[in-house]
Design a protein around this ligand. Sequence first.
Ligand code: AMP
Ligand code: ZN
Length: 114
Amino acid sequence: MNDCIFCKIINREIPSDIVYEDENVLAFKDITPQMPIHILVIPKRHIKSIADLKVEDENLTGKIFTAINKIAKDIGIHKTGFRIISNCGEDAGQTVKHLHFHILAGEKMSEEII
Ligand code: AMP
Ligand code: ZN
């Protein structure tokens, strides 16, 4: 996916503030944070959204959530709490068509942020 902004971040073609990386997963700070802590966690392989996951991707999605768990512990929000959001498709307002999970944290959240 040449025109995918997150693939460009993975390939270091555009800069980002990376907070976690392993063989399959990358996490970086959201460029327009909606909360004091706002991190995006993505698979390194281009997948459009949760709606495009296949059974064979089960292992990868497990790895994404293991990475989220590690990041939460690294930055201490496993104690205070955090919210995971993945917008999928038009009605949810997904703007970047590369699967991503928002980690939101750093202050008490109202329900409206959903
Ligand atoms: P969504 O609306 O769920 O598709 O979220 C896309 C997110 O990507 C938004 O929160 C954007 O602020 C974020 N974003 C877009 N471009 C960049 C970028 N170059 N670096 C970091 N975050 C980005
Ligand atoms: Zn991509």
